[in-house]
Design a protein around this ligand. Structure first.
Ligand SMILES: CC(C)(COP(=O)(O)OP(=O)(O)OC[C@H]1O[C@@H](n2cnc3c(N)ncnc32)[C@H](O)[C@@H]1OP(=O)(O)O)[C@@H](O)C(=O)NCCC(=O)NCCS
Length: 304
């Protein structure tokens, strides 16, 4: 079997075609590509963390890790987010994906990862590789809201005016993904993600991201005081005909109360993505303690 190796820029068209076939076209999605959906995973600086196995010049299997730093109540935790693990249909069950995962898992400590984190529909595959299921703190709320009268001024995100304030709001959370402002700018401009801003005085006081992409669904990221966030949620929910899906972060527990009071269904979260099984791999038990794992919550737009 050919060995895993890092992706090169020349491999990218084939890698993207394989992944778009499996994660987009086979699911009926023709207006999204993993290249634009995961711009920071496929950025030049992260390509060495994307791995492939090739056979006769053809890319047949891929897996990547995207190293992030989560801040959890002042503790820095290096988190390797595993994304886009796939093998071409005609090459499955020959150990390719497992070989890529073992290669990534071996490389993660040197990348500063204390823990691995992923979301999946096939937990059995990862359990064999040492991963365990994780239930993050937080709630998942679904419901709808009639048109609301609010005194809060709500406007669409304008990067040139709002980026810096929104970045600062996100970074101020007691649990948050550490980002550069440039990363925040890229993430807030992901395809099919709409960002609304609540203006408090003459500055943004809160923001909300509503995802309508196959990989980003629902009200998945926000920052600012819960009351202002709830006015954004209410406005977003009043504008759709279907129930809205709100991931309630542990930092914003009162949103669960607001949602219940508004007649929404509120349930404990099983995955900080709201979907799929969440799994962790402890790489550094000194940092990834049970106490930290109990508080681990991955911020919306940093998820795969
Ligand atoms: C899941 C997937 C990546 C596995 O790729 P693969 O190269 O066939 O995997 P491997 O051959 O390395 O499998 C290793 C072991 O995991 C097990 N395994 C494979 N697919 C599995 C699945 N879907 N569920 C549970 N276990 C699985 C196999 O039994 C295998 O062990 P065995 O061959 O001794 O029985 C592939 O089926 C795929 O691309 N699926 C579609 C995309 C997807 O769901 N990706 C994961 C998203 S997080």
């Amino acid at each position: 079997m050919n060995s895993p190796r890092p992706v090169t820029a020349d491999d990218l068209p084939q890698v993207i075609d394989l992944l778009d076939t499996i994660f987009r076209r086979e699911k009926g999605i023709v207006d999204q590509s993993v290249l634009s959906d995961f711009p920071l995973v496929f950025a030049a600086g992260n390509l060495q963390n994307c791995r492939v196995i090739c056979h006769d010049g053809r890319v047949i299997s891929h897996a990547a890790v995207w190293p992030r730093t989560m801040m959890i109540d002042g503790h820095r935790v290096g988190v390797g987010i595993i994304v886009l693990v796939a093998t071409a249909r005609d090459a499955r069950h020959r150990g390719h994906a497992a070989a890529l995962m073992k290669d990534l898992q071996d490389s993660m400590p040197a990348l500063g990862c204390d823990i691995g984190l992923l979301w999946t529909g096939v937990p059995g595959f990862y359990q064999r590789l040492g991963w365990t299921l994780n239930s993050p703190p937080g709630w998942f709320a679904t419901g709808s809201t009639a048109a609301v009268a609010t005194t809060t001024s709500i406007i669409d995100y304008r990067p040139s005016e709002h980026l810096s304030d929104l970045h600062n709001l996100q970074q101020a959370g007691s649990i948050h993904a550490s980002r550069t402002m440039a990363e925040t700018g890229v993430l807030l401009s992901l395809p099919k993600c709409h960002v609304s801003v609540a203006v408090d005085g003459d500055r943004p006081g809160a923001y909300l991201v509503e995802g309508r992409a196959i990989n980003k669904q629902g009200l998945i990221e926000y920052a600012g005081p819960p009351e202002l966030v709830w006015s954004l949620v209410s406005r977003a929910a009043s504008r759709t005909t279907t129930d809205s899906r709100l991931v309630v972060f542990p930092t914003h527990a009162s949103l669960a109360t607001f949602a219940r009071d508004a007649g929404w269904q509120v349930q404990p979260l099983t995955s900080s993505k709201g979907l799929g099984d969440e799994m962790v791999l402890v790489l550094n038990p000194k940092i990834a303690t049970p106490q930290i794992l109990d508080r681990l919550f991955a911020w919306g737009l940093d998820q795969a």
